[in-house]
Design a protein around this ligand. Structure first.
Ligand code: B4P
Length: 197
C-alpha cells in the first residue's frame, strides 16, 4: 500500500518461523531505519528473568513451545505502542502471531491496519531453523531451544501463524524475503525489497 505520510518512519511487521532470523534482523533493521524494534519474545524473556507477574504467567507456555495467551500478549503490545517513541515508526518482531492478535493490532493502529507500510515475511526451511536453534541452545541455553520444544514451536507456527500471511497478502502488504544465507546478506535483501515498494 501507499506509505503512511502522517509518520516519518516505517511501520513494519516481521513474521517468520522460529529460527528464521526475526530477532537477528530486527536489531539491524531498527538501527538502519532509526525505528524502535519491539520484540514480544524479548519482553516476555525479560519479564521471566525479573520474576514479574507477567513473567511467571508466560514462562510455562514458552517452555512448552506454546504461545502466551492472546489477552496477555495484546495487553503488553497495547501498552508498548502507547509509548511516545513509536509515534514515528516501529518494527514489531514476533507480533502478531495469531489471527486474534491481527484483529487487536488493527484496532490499535486504526482502520484495518492500513497504516502499516509492510509485513516482512522471512522464510527458512525446517532443517535450517532446527539447526540454528540447536546451535543457539548450545551457546545460550535458552529454555525453549530443546529439539522437542523446537518441533512444537514449528507446529504452532504452521497452525496459528502461517494463516496470517494470507490476511496481510490480501491487503497487499507482504514482502517475502529468503532468510537463508549470511546474516548481512539477508538484511540487504530486506532493505532492497523495502526500497522497491
Ligand atoms: P521469539 O523470541 O520470537 O523466538 P523465535 O520465534 O524463536 O525467534 P527469534 O527471533 O528468537 O530467533 P531468530 O529467528 O532471530 O518467541 C519466543 C516465544 O515467546 C514464543 O515461542 C512464544 O511462547 C512467546 N511469544 C512471543 N511472541 C508472542 C506472541 N505474539 N504471541 C504469543 N506468544 C508469543 O534466530 C534464531 C537463531 O538463528 C539465532 O541463534 C541466530 O543467531 C541464528 N540466525 C539468525 N539468522 C541467521 C542466519 N542468516 N544464518 C545463520 N544463523 C542465523
Amino acid at each position: 500500500g501507499a506509505p503512511d505520510t502522517s509518520s516519518t518512519g516505517l511501520r513494519l511487521l516481521l513474521v517468520g518461523p522460529p529460527g528464521a532470523g526475526k530477532g537477528t534482523q530486527a536489531t539491524r533493521l531498527s538501527a538502519s531505519y532509526g525505528i524502535p524494534a519491539v520484540s514480544t519474545g524479548d519482553i516476555f524473556r525479560e519479564n521471566v528473568k525479573n520474576g514479574t507477574e507477567l513473567g511467571v504467567k508466560a514462562k510455562g507456555y514458552m517452555d512448552a513451545g506454546q504461545y502466551v495467551p492472546d489477552e496477555l500478549t495484546n495487553d503488553l503490545v497495547r501498552d508498548r505502542l502507547s509509548q511516545p517513541d513509536v509515534a514515528d515508526g516501529f518494527l514489531l518482531d514476533g507480533y502478531p502471531r495469531t489471527l486474534q492478535q491481527v484483529e487487536e493490532l488493527d484496532g490499535m493502529l486504526g482502520v484495518d491496519g492500513l497504516s502499516l507500510d509492510a509485513v516482512v515475511v522471512l522464510t527458512a526451511d525446517t532443517d535450517e531453523v532446527v539447526r540454528r536453534l540447536l546451535g543457539r541452545a548450545a551457546e545460550q541455553g535458552r529454555s525453549d531451544d530443546t529439539e522437542e520444544v523446537i518441533r512444537k514451536r514449528l507446529d504452532v507456527y504452521a497452525e496459528q501463524t502461517a494463516p496470517l500471511i494470507q490476511v496481510y497478502a490480501s491487503r497487499d502488504l507482504v514482502v517475502e524475503v529468503d532468510g537463508l544465507g549470511e546474516i548481512d546478506e539477508v538484511t540487504g535483501r530486506i532493505v532492497a525489497a523495502l526500497a522497491a515498494l
